[in-house]
Design a protein around this ligand. Sequence first.
Ligand SMILES: Nc1ncnc2c1ncn2[C@@H]1O[C@H](COP(=O)(O)OP(=O)(O)OP(=O)(O)O)[C@@H](O)[C@H]1O
Ligand SMILES: [Mg+2]
Length: 263
Amino acid sequence: MTDALLEINHLGVRFGAVQALSDVSFRVEAGTIHGLIGPNGAGKTTAFNVISGLARQTSGQIRLAGVTLDQLPSYRRTRLGLARTFQNIRIFREMSVLENVLTGAHVQTGGSALDILLRLPRFRAAEREGVARARDILQLVGLESRAESGAGDLAYGDMRRLEIARALASNPKLLMLDEPAAGMNPSETQALRDLLLVLKKRGVTLLLVEHDMQFVMQLCEEITVLNFGALIAQGSPQEVRRDPQVIEAYLGTKTAHKLEQKS
Ligand SMILES: Nc1ncnc2c1ncn2[C@@H]1O[C@H](COP(=O)(O)OP(=O)(O)OP(=O)(O)O)[C@@H](O)[C@H]1O
Ligand SMILES: [Mg+2]
């Protein structure tokens, strides 16, 4: 077997009467872009919430680089190399773009509480270093010229990129993106595709939830499909888009046909 960065084993999540996930298992190989798709309410965001520690599973295990995450709070998962963005953009609109990225880096900043309190040289050096890194990340996502702008003044597509920048500030091994292309125009989507390929080249593993099927099929080497909380298919884009169950539950014959022609 190859190296799995993320291993999901028999994951189950129940919210009262709703079984949001049942017995879901999949592996995300290091260095790949892995898609997680399925119709509305299939459990994709729930999976992200549980993997990132914002919600708890009722059964099953999650491992990141061999470490069991199940009992760990979210910030410990961040330290282990997990980062995510949100389906509904979560940025600090009152803060600048640069400050938003710095909030993502906090977990990384060195120095003790006393260093920080007294603003000792060690802390100031770390702070300068943090700002330089944040600017590098903004450059990577194409927002360097907006560093001092208010985050709330950004165009929609730029807010989505800022979320990615903030997630990158924690220096993740695995970055989970929840519908990053939602609401983007074609040129923003193209820029996003290029960015994700750059991240992959830099060694970041990506887990991608997205409804834009052309985007998913072009980027991912492996795709996991959920429907009503259950795994219904898994495989390469070609395998998944030809799967009768996936066509029936999600793609529809027209989309499946279009994807086939475009590939
Ligand atoms: N905190 C919660 N409490 C109760 N039910 C929840 C909660 N979070 C999610 N659900 C339910 O779990 C199911 C899965 O929802 P989820 O948001 O994970 O779907 P999704 O695949 O992300 O859908 P979409 O494509 O619309 O974003 C839905 O039935 C949803 O209503
Ligand atoms: Mg969702």
